[in-house]
Design a protein around this ligand. Structure first.
Ligand code: NAP
Length: 280
């Protein structure tokens, strides 16, 4: 009975989900901290999402992560959503509360900012304009994170104009929508450039962006982590800029989720990095 009470399950719910690196990260922490439990893959089709979420407390789960395509739909299905996740409009973490209810959170914004600070400990959001390329789900977490860190100007550009325009309207100042055709010139004077599109991901074309206007002081980040160095990051490195890949965001978004489920604040150690990198 004592063993059962201390054994905790968590996992990642998605469809497809087999590619997820989250089990490697969380199971490493479970072992490292000598905890009893497991983090498992939860392949759940969209039409079964509600049933699967309601089963979490019954099956003894402390919670779970959500990935494609469930992050937005799950927000509607849980019992409460914290303020940050509501602003982002998506949840990536569910915590099963003591009364068996489900709380939805979003740790992607935290993960993104921590990844920048891991690369540049003195990074400040108000150092200068940020250019965000892409206006999909991940862009929402990145934009909210930059606003909350005090960014004073965010230039948002997206292939489909309406999404960038609507997002700028929704978040208000400091977000300004910039036409896709003007994205190259939008880099002038920027302190941060971030790619949140899927362009440059394995199997996709490189992001179509010229860096000639970009200052050498600008930090260039790409939230893609397969490959770890996208064509954008190689071009930025050749141009002379500091770069940050998406692996840091992935690792750091996992930290608050693990702490919520297992009560231990985990770290990103060289050993963990080695294990995760070995999966690529
Ligand atoms: P999403 O909601 O589907 O958004 C995709 C974005 O890419 C949209 O802005 C879309 O523009 C743009 N795009 C697609 N094809 C394009 C093209 N040919 N040219 C220009 N733009 C194009 O996807 P998401 O969930 O935001 O994910 C985006 C990326 O972030 C993925 O690569 C994902 O792996 C990565 N990600 C990483 C982390 C991490 O922890 N590191 C977390 C979340 C996501 P339109 O609006 O015009 O279609």
């Amino acid at each position: 009975m004592a063993i059962e009470a201390s054994y905790k399950l968590s996992g990642v719910m998605g469809w497809p989900v087999a590619h997820s690196r989250s089990p490697v990260i969380h199971n490493h922490w479970i072992a490292h901290h000598g905890l009893k439990g497991a983090y498992v893959l939860l392949p759940v089709q969209p039409e079964n999402l509600e049933q699967a979420l309601r089963a979490l407390p019954v099956l003894g789960f402390a919670g779970c992560n959500l990935t494609i395509p469930h992050k937005v739909e799950a927000l509607r299905l849980v019992d409460r959503v914290d303020h940050l996740a509501a602003r982002i409009g998506a949840i990536n973490t569910i915590v099963v509360e003591a009364d068996q209810s489900l709380t939805g959170r979003n740790t992607d914004a935290f993960g993104y900012i921590e990844s920048l600070r891991d690369a540049q400990p003195h990074w400040e959001a108000d150092a200068g304009p940020a250019v965000v390329i892409g206006a999909g789900g991940a862009a929402r977490a990145v934009i909210v994170s930059l606003i909350d860190q005090g960014a004073r100007e965010i230039r948002l550009t997206n292939r489909s104009w309406a999404k960038a325009h609507d997002m700028a309207q929704e978040f208000g100042a400091p977000v300004n929508a910039i036409a896709w055709e003007d994205r190259h010139d939008a880099l002038a004077g920027a302190a941060l450039l971030v790619n949140t599109t899927n362009q440059g991901m394995q199997g996709e074309a490189p992001l179509d962006l010229r860096l000639d206007q970009l200052s050498l002081d600008a930090l260039v980040s790409d939230i893609i982590y397969v490959p770890m160095e996208t064509p954008l990051l190689s071009a930025a490195r050749r141009h002379g800029n500091d770069t940050v890949n998406g692996l840091g965001m992935l690792l750091n978004q996992a930290r608050p989720a693990f702490e919520a489920w297992f009560g231990v604040s985990p770290g990103i150690t060289p050993d963990l990095l080695r294990q995760v990198r070995a999966t690529f």
